[in-house]
Design a protein around this ligand. Sequence first.
Ligand code: ADP
Ligand code: ZN
Ligand code: ZN
Length: 735
Amino acid sequence: MEYKYAGVVVNNDSIMVDKIFTYQVPEKLLGKVKLGQRVKIPFGKGDKLIDGFIMELKEELKEEMKYIKPIRTLCDESPLFDEEGIALIEQMKRRYLATYIDCIRLLIPTGLIKGMTNKTERVLYAKEMPAGKFDKSPYIEIYNAVKAENGLYTRTTLSNKFSFSLSSINTMLKHHMLSLEEVIVDRLDDREYGKYTAKTLNAEQIKAVETIMNSDKGKYLIHGVTGSGKTEIYLNLVENMLKEGKDSIVLVPEISLTPQMIERFKGRFGSDISVYHSKMSDGERFDEWMRIKNKRTKIAIGARSALFLPFSNLGLIIIDEEHENSYKSESNPKYDAREIAEFIAMQKGSKLVLGTATPSMDTYYRAKAGELELIEIKNRVDNAKLPNMVLADMREELAKNNRSIFSSKLYTSIEKALGRGEQIILFLNRRGFSTFVSCRKCGFVYKCKQCDITLTYHKEDNLMHCHYCGYRQPVHNQCPECSSKYIKYFGIGTERVEEEVKRYFPSAKTLRMDMDTTRKKNSYINIYESFKKGEAQILIGTQMIAKGLDFPNVTLVGVLAADLTLNLPDYKSAERTFQLLTQVAGRAGRSNKQGEVIIQTYTPDHYSIQYSLGNDYTSFYNREIGIRNNMNYPPFTELININLSSSKVDLLITTIKNLGIAINSYLEDKNNISILGPCPCAISKIKDMHRWQIILKGHFDHLTAAKIKDIVYDSLKNVYTEVRLNLDVNPNNLI
Ligand code: ADP
Ligand code: ZN
Ligand code: ZN
């Protein structure tokens, strides 16, 4: 039997075409079509030719269909994904309420759809020139140029360099004076890496490697303090995989972390390692993808999207800094790389290793419940000491009339570290936006009693909102706790920090690493290397610099405003604060020099700050998991955020209110799901787009989630050109 029909997903963004369309396999393609192949198909009223992907093949149709259009051509011989890939696409679509096409696009490089190739040509000298016609210039000249540097040029470069016309070159090719050869190019990093010699593992490292290699569990969480040598464990695991002929994927959370990981991996295993992340060009990513597809490398390091690289014999997936936000995608499909890694590992029988000093609440909860095997490492390599962590109470600074951004403690310590010729990291979590209201005298912050999250000030109505449940209240001009008048909004940026540093420490050289300074390709590498070489004494940065980086000469870390994270209007704000403080502290004193960390805050008694001082993850976890349980937040429930935005505020409000009514009536008899909102988001407007949301909290089976998605789509049916939808399952943040 032959497949006569194919189910095809079209390469089009509209949610209205998010289904599998049936096409006929024409005579000439019978026996040639395969699952996962890209095809050209006529689509829509005008039968415009567009790309599609084969998701199903059928010998016959279940129901009769009147008119079925035929597939026009196959775009590539070999399929882009296999049956496992299709199962993965289906899984992501279901789990993240995403469209087929968004899921498919994760599995294939953009360059491929754009018709990119990794092949180029070389012009070669073919045979001796015959006398006659070719005696005349420019043929002589062309021939000599090629002969002198055989294979160096493509037709275009040859023509450009010597101003030969392309038609003359083509004439010579036609008459076999020259020939063309096709070669594969790699647009790859060819930097040299210093050798990163293997360390003799200590007992804890050996135990971790052996547990992972020998146990059948398949899923592991390495909870190891900062500087406990987790990377060395990863290197050993990958080496073991290589010995077994298996491939490994190593995920790192941030672009700023890849240089260090690459340095170590290439320094250990040589340069034949794929690197894959979003700052690379389409061409570079295409080349890496092809390299793996053609089985030319066995190791990939990259951001979350590296998970989808087409390895044929995947033995291991490592997710470093497991707790990081960036493992949850913020663009469609809004997948969680940890969940998907688990799915892929299950499909392929690979091992999955998560590593971090501060496990996310969800992962640790699952490890405790026995879903992952927990490996604890309590000591730093060579028993190096964890840094001294000290608090600077900014309320006291105010009382002493110090209004600069530096507490006197931090100021003195910077001065001393500079004097000793050591390096300093100043950390500012700028993700906080200046809309929470707090008292600078006593540290009081307004919160919603129902939802336990910080209230957000909205200047449109001069009220503070809870953007989970919609509660509102006015701001008083006196603090309700201490009656001071220092109650105000909070905000500061990295540029301002840099200015202040220059003002107080004019002789120190500074570097700044944040979204603005790392926009350009390679800028993060340059900043990283410059600081590592000691070209600057003070590195100022946002969360980008908080994690993983290993700078031996850094002895002082200053956290300028711990409150920026603590008062994010989000149920995860305490978790974030604990993670950040622990991670950022891990940057200090990584060699034999004692490190110091100074944390500036208005709320020094908060448990996330107090437990981070003692590096006490367990106590923090126990306290926080209790709160999550009481308030019914993940991991005890799941959240679905339905975010709508539009430039037309009235249309937006009507739409979301109607949607709220529709969801309410569907969920009426389901008491395990609660509906919060609709209400304006904490950031109520971005680039002239007003934003509102509905949060669903509870337990969702696939059918219920799918039905909710249908209700949402249905409510947008007539307004989808004007109202933008953003559906997010277990979002990173709800702002
Ligand atoms: P983590 O990832 O746990 O924060 P790293 O892997 O960065 O820790 O290790 C911290 C430092 O210790 C690195 O400079 C690393 O080279 C070094 N190191 C790791 N394992 C060993 C070992 N067994 N012996 C000596 N040095 C080690
Ligand atoms: Zn007060
Ligand atoms: Zn609330």
